[in-house]
Ligand binder design. Sequence first.
Ligand code: NAD
Length: 491
Amino acid sequence: MSDLQKYQMLIGGEWVDASDGQTFESMNPYTGENWASFPRGTADDADRAVQAARKAFNSGDWANMTATQRGHLLRKLGDLIAAKAEDLAATEVRDNGKLIAEMGLQLKYVPQWYYYFGGLADKIEGAVTPIDKPDHFHYTRHEPLGVVCAITPWNSPLLLAGWKLAPALAAGNTVILKPSEFTSASSVEFARLFEEAGFPPGVVNVVTGYGHEIGAALTEHPGVDKITFTGGSETGRRVYQTGASQFKRVSLELGGKSPNIVFDDCDMDNAVKGAISGIFAATGQTCIAGSRLLVQESIHDEFVDKLVALAKTAKMGDPMLMDTQVGPVTTVPQYEKILSYLDVAKGEGAEVRLGGGKADAGKYFVQPTVFTGVNNKMRIAQEEVFGPVLSVIPFKDDEEAIEVGNDVIYGLAAGVWTQSMRRAFTMSAKLRAGSVWVNTYRAVSYMAPFGGYKQSGLGRESGQESIKEFMQTKSVWMSYAEDTPNPFIMR
Ligand code: NAD
């Protein structure tokens, strides 16, 4: 196994192995071969990282830096990511199986989070309050929280790290990033850029290892002030409970079962493309997948025919080729989970209109699958599959579309395809989801708040308001009264 690429962790500005020397390996899901090894971080490593982050937060260059200087560093980091975009994209494709066609573009876009929050760093202003006490002056300060633990999933490691790190650092916190054990390579390569950008040691630490080991140790560590987590609902629940036991700040970006709703007055060709991008892009491995396609009864058959005809043309295979459209499933457990849901749907009586099984395009491939005859009570309509599996559900009118659209525990996103302005506004207001796309799907931006309603999460990422998730407000009172009045009475 000497040909494995060997990675280390970044703690306190030093590249280190796990405290006990243990490692784990990462697989290329296109070939099924292990290609890299990483330190299997321990509770001791979690402690080392927290100590380093705490030290950098409390004193030294970072603690004394102005917000403007922090902004400069973030913008420099953005430039370095842009310069390294191609290499980082190639690593992600190898480790994760994401398409080079998508990753090339995504990594050119990731710097925008660092530019945007770098610019915002010195624009977070407190207020002077027209306070109602004579001889008193009152103002507010927005201060960083301290040590932030950022935990990311395997599906978009560097994009999602940016959503967390850019605002956390702009606000003045220090950070420990723990990527998924399935896709750690890009985050560790990204960690090299912090030193080059001029971040002092300990401000950003990147640790690797299993969720139930170093991940749990970080969330349980009393030195962590805030956890920002993206991942599955079950893990999110555990992380939230752990955080609650110490009253830590916790924000959660969790799963989804988003409705993509097609009305009979839509532009049908665009809506077909929107349905495809909602479920087959990124092999359906996105939290915002439009995995429930609600189609108005009057156009149901025609729409499904067109959808299946286009989906059939999807080119599967090597994710490093620019014309590949559907890549492998990233992890073996995920591959097995998707296949088991195909059986669940068939067992519930859903009809396979396309796909429905393994695909022979590389090691871990599943056919783009379309199920019709699904009703919203079925498990295939209620549970997150996180793969290229679409459930088509017919509906009669606007009222039913809203009712069925909202009838899941999740509320991450929704799509609406209509040419009616009335419908567009009404549906946008009535769908209980953190993002609603009308005549588009899967659009995200550093400027646009993103997050979940209901069990899809807590808190928002991106957009101006998200920086406050990494800050706390202090009330400062000053008296210029000559005499301190009766001390037994509240001021
Ligand atoms: P996961 O919950 O299995 O793992 C996420 C991260 O949590 C990993 O880094 C993992 O190591 C860590 N972890 C696992 N157990 C832990 C524990 N006990 N304590 C602390 N950390 C622990 O999720 P996944 O399979 O990597 O990702 C897929 C899920 O992520 C899907 O449900 C998807 O919907 C969700 N997701 C959500 C968003 C969003 O923004 N809402 C974005 C992407 C993915």
